[in-house]
Design a protein around this ligand. Structure first.
Ligand SMILES: Nc1ncnc2c1ncn2[C@@H]1O[C@H](COP(=O)(O)OP(=O)(O)OP(=O)(O)O)[C@@H](O)[C@H]1O
Ligand SMILES: [Mg+2]
Length: 233
């Protein structure tokens, strides 16, 4: 199963979701999980405690099919580290997504040729978004872009992040999203939780940093949503 985590809007929870879903699937599932840091900000690499300059093989090499190995993070979890200075034009390899197990790709907040190529090839596109009116417009734009690039909407799943149930606007937004995009909206949300923002500073996932937090609960539920998919195959 391959999941691309994408939203062209910045700061919506893509990297937080890649990290905690990736660790969750490795911890609570049975398949090997590969996390891919596609963003030149290299936040995912940093959140796992690695520095890109210490690696000679990175995501650009992976994309172009050069031989090399991902960094082993844990028993079932590995990381393809980010490239802070990626070349402008990558000659993407046809075999780039042939790896086995679960692959989770943390995309940058921009639409580019690499993102488009990977979108064609993954099984799912998971789009975290914040419960704000502007997010709705962003999703409509994303759907248009996907259509233009002949990418099926069927693979799109929307995940509300930084959700606060006490706020009427957030509840309204959840309602409107569900009405408009129905089965594409995941029922579970990720609540706003400061522990999620703190964990990367300690190179930890939420499950290790604050296992009793609401953040750990929400990412545990998200992990199980995807594990059910894997088990139903
Ligand atoms: N549910 C949450 N509760 C509290 N803080 C959160 C939550 N999700 C993400 N954050 C924080 O919000 C900020 C942005 O999150 P994140 O880096 O995951 O977004 P992003 O979409 O990957 O951003 P970019 O587009 O720059 O890559 C980070 O400081 C992160 O720790
Ligand atoms: Mg990010």
């Amino acid at each position: 199963m391959k999941i691309l985590i994408f939203n062209q809007k910045g700061g919506v929870g893509k990297t937080t979701t890649a990290l905690n879903l990736g660790v969750g699937l490795a911890k609570f599932g049975e398949l090997p999980v590969t996390l891919v840091d596609l963003d030149q900000q290299t936040h995912l690499t940093a959140a796992l405690g690695y520095r890109t300059e210490n690696f000679t093989w990175n995501v650009s090499d992976w994309l172009t099919g050069k031989t090399g190995s991902p960094q082993q993070v844990d028993e079932r979890l590995s990381l393809i580290v980010g490239d802070a200075n990626p070349p402008l034009n990558l000659d993407l390899s046809e075999t780039v997504l042939n790896s086995k197990g679960v692959v989770i790709i943390d995309a940058p907040p921009v639409w580019n040729a690499t993102v488009a190529h990977l979108m064609q090839r993954v099984d799912w596109i998971l789009t975290p978004l914040e419960p704000e009116f502007m997010s709705m417009q962003g999703i409509s734009r994303l759907l248009e872009t996907m259509e233009k690039n002949h990418i099926s909407w069927q693979k799109l799943r929307l995940l509300l992040c930084r959700f606060d149930n006490r706020l009427v606007t957030h509840r309204q937004m959840r309602e409107s999203l569900s009405q408009r995009f129905s089965e594409h909206v995941l029922r579970g949300v990720i609540r706003n939780n400061i522990r999620l923002a703190e964990a990367p500073a300690y190179s930890r996932s939420i499950f290790d940093y604050a296992p009793d937090s609401s953040g750990a609960n929400d990412y545990y539920a998200l992990t199980h949503y995807w594990l059910n998919f894997l088990n139903s195959k």
